[in-house]
Design a binder for this molecule. Structure first.
Ligand code: CA
Length: 399
């Protein structure tokens, strides 16, 4: 278990933080969609680039998604409900055979939802050149006074629950608060789409990711039944992510927990369930208490092969040092840490921005665990740095 004297934030030089609090940026793709792997710069191979472009598209798409999440989109009146679509009939049949659902009952639910144009617009990648990806812009959206002040309030208000989550799951409060802060600004922007309608639209009208959204739709039906709720009851993001921590139904069923003990898992209205569920999710994906997350680095030589190797820590820090990667000397204890952490597996992370030198970091296993929540290094670094800022602000107030 992590102790107060030994937070992971001890590894981040304070100097970096002065830069974290300036500037302005973009909304970030929501959550547990988790389909976007390590995003990298110009030097990565084609396969990696493909994903990077996807991240770029997600990042710039974000603005309209955010707007979309704030509205209650009306069904498109010209189209028939999903119940009239043959593919939906087949899906219902499958659900009846596989899980014993009543086909007529499911048909009724699907007769209340329609193809949603706002959802389709939000999910489609915008044609954004990769060069426009900007870590500076992305980071500024989360590392700003408003997001930090909101996080400190949230932490104060839910201090006991956060402490309990740390005791049970080993995840420090600042990381839980930062994830909730990045996902929904502490529950302020959870999305107001019908999850059934959003998932139906994506499962039956968006072929590129139909299998994924069909399985999420299946999870929604199962989850509703398990919770004594109706599939039509759930509200969420354009992609069907639910509640304060924006869990997809599949993740919700696997990793969410009832943390206020009322016998139900409720991520939209129970902050305790949200806190416990984020901690549970990270714990189950391998979070290590008392372990570093990421440290700023410099690279002498060609970073391309190391970036192409991906964000899963695969080589020891000492091994990377032999390939020209060393901890940034702005940290007065860099040499000491370099020696202490030599055996720890790390991955090289690059954070790119146009007209700005690429920032390099070494990411430890815990950094990788954060990317299981959303597979983007921009996302994970924003969570980490927001967490650090929250921890430092709190410590400063206490001194
Ligand atoms: Ca509960």
């Amino acid at each position: 278990m992590k102790t107060r004297n030994n937070p992971p934030c001890r590894f981040l030089p304070a100097a970096l933080f002065t830069t974290l609090l300036s500037s302005a940026g973009l909304w970030l793709p929501s959550t547990a969609l988790g389909q976007v792997p390590n995003a990298s710069g110009k030097t990565v191979p084609k396969t990696v680039k493909k994903h990077a472009t996807k991240v770029a598209a997600n990042t710039l798409r974000a603005h309209r998604v955010k707007t979309a999440n704030r509205t209650t989109p009306a069904p498109t009146p010209q189209t028939p409900p999903f119940s009239e679509m043959p593919a939906v009939g087949e899906f219902i049949q499958e659900m009846q055979e596989r899980h014993g659902f009543d086909a007529n009952e499911l048909m009724q639910y699907f007769s209340t939802v329609y193809s949603n144009a706002v959802v389709l617009k939000a999910i489609r990648p915008a044609a954004v050149p990769e060069q426009q990806r900007s870590w500076q812009r992305y980071r500024a959206r989360f590392l700003n006074e408003r997001r930090i002040a909101g996080g400190l309030d949230f932490w104060r208000m839910h201090e006991a629950t956060l402490a309990r989550a740390e005791a049970v799951y080993g995840v420090p409060p600042e990381i839980i608060v930062a994830i909730i802060g990045v996902e929904t600004e502490y529950g302020r922007n959870m999305g107001n789409f019908s999850v059934l309608e959003a998932l139906s639209t994506l499962a039956f009208e968006y072929p590129p990711r139909a299998p994924f959204f069909r399985s999420e739709l299946e999870a929604l039906l199962l989850m509703a039944r398990e919770n004594g709720a109706l599939p039509t009851d759930y509200r969420g993001s354009y992609a069907g992510a639910i509640g304060i921590p924006q869990f997809m139904p599949g993740s919700l069923r696997r990793f969410a927990v009832d943390f206020d003990g009322d016998g139900r898992i409720e991520l939209r209205h129970s902050t305790a369930d949200a806190i416990g569920s984020v901690a549970s999710y990270l714990n189950r994906h391998g979070w290590q208490s008392n372990a570093p997350v990421a440290l700023p680095a410099r690279v002498d030589g060609d970073p391309a092969p190391l970036i192409a190797a991906g964000i899963k820590p695969a080589q020891a820090l000492g091994e990377l040092a032999r390939q020209g990667v060393t901890l940034l000397e702005t940290d007065p204890h860099a040499a000491e840490k370099q020696a202490d952490l030599a055996e720890w597996p790390v991955a090289l992370i690059d954070l790119v921005a146009p007209d700005w030198p690429t920032e390099y970091w070494v990411g430890f296993d815990n950094f990788y665990v954060i990317t299981r929540y959303n597979r983007s290094s921009f996302y994970a670094m924003s969570v980490f740095q927001l967490a650090e800022a929250l921890r430092q602000s709190r410590d400063a107030v206490r001194e």
